[in-house]
Design a protein around this ligand. Sequence first.
Ligand code: ATP
Length: 366
Amino acid sequence: MSTPAAPTPPASYRLGLMLGDGIGPEIVPAAVRVVDAALAVVGAAPVEWQELPLGASAIDTHGSAIPGSTLEALAELDGWLLGPHDSAAYPEPFRSQLNPSGAIRKHFDLYANVRPARGLGGGTAIAPDTDLVIVRENTEGFYADRNTHAGTGEFMPSPDVAIAMGVFTRRAVERIARAAFELARRRRRRVTIVHKANVLQLSSGLFTRVCLEVAQRYPDVAVDDVHIDVMTVHLLRRASAFDVVVAENMFGDILSDLAGELAGSLGTAPSVNASDDRCMAQAAHGSAPDIAGRGLANPVAMILSAGMLLDWLGRRHGDDRAVEAAVRVEEGVRAAVRDGVATRDLGGTASTEDLTAAVVERVAGR
Ligand code: ATP
């Protein structure tokens, strides 16, 4: 996930837009409005958005939840926003296939899932002083459905026996560890490696050993390592003590839900999935079908994810203005929430539109 600077920022960014299912068509357009406002106010290059089919509607129109034409179009773009999908509700055979987000992550080798958990102030946070980032390895580990070239890494020799494969490779661990230490250098310079090497001595052991090897190249960053079970207790008791946390796929997924909820609500937890040359913004939450279409969804996680994409684009293209726009997005969200504009999940009565408009207003400095 290194981001070598290009000499001149582009005249415009070409970004994809996939609305997804459930609350996706409500929260993704909200993020677009905030990004456009932030780039305009700092005088950065604007975005040319390209909407692409994905999810339940794409099954109807293209016969696939993630059409080949969407993957081909994404390959030509700088980055994209992905709305949540409700793949559990797809009809067969689509329900049993790798879900759209997993398919995109795998297709583009988006190996780093970066999930910040930071209290926004106001609302119902359990640990509002949390300010950490989970850097989750995205391509292998214990998620057997995405760690093979063909097939899913899960199989049943008989109806009563199921076997799932975990995969750990030096190459994948090295690059995720590097992403974690590079990020720590821009933050409070501390990395915590989460593992279970006391039991899974070879697999989790390799993960830990390679992370510690990479740590030696970052003598200015403090490092420690913690077993996954103990880590859940530490997070509950003292989440504010952690800075950057690096973990394999499944441990990182579980810890980031816990950290997101400690810091605020699922509706405020952002993420990006990135490789060295592509970045996908994706809220950490799902499609929330229980509240879809009612204007109740919190757009903050999607907005903050889009802000992280701006930061990634700015660093990759040596574009300070895009980085500045990313800061404005986060500050705009914090200001709106601090001023008490809160959707139902944050204990308020604001609609998706109310909160989006409040953020746009603050980002634009009106
Ligand atoms: P997935 O497996 O796709 O992550 P899920 O069913 O586990 O989905 P979500 O769809 O994230 O979980 O929903 C969990 C709960 O959180 C639901 O009650 C939902 O309404 C709520 N929720 C999720 N996202 C938001 C949001 N942006 N705003 C408000 N509530 C949300």
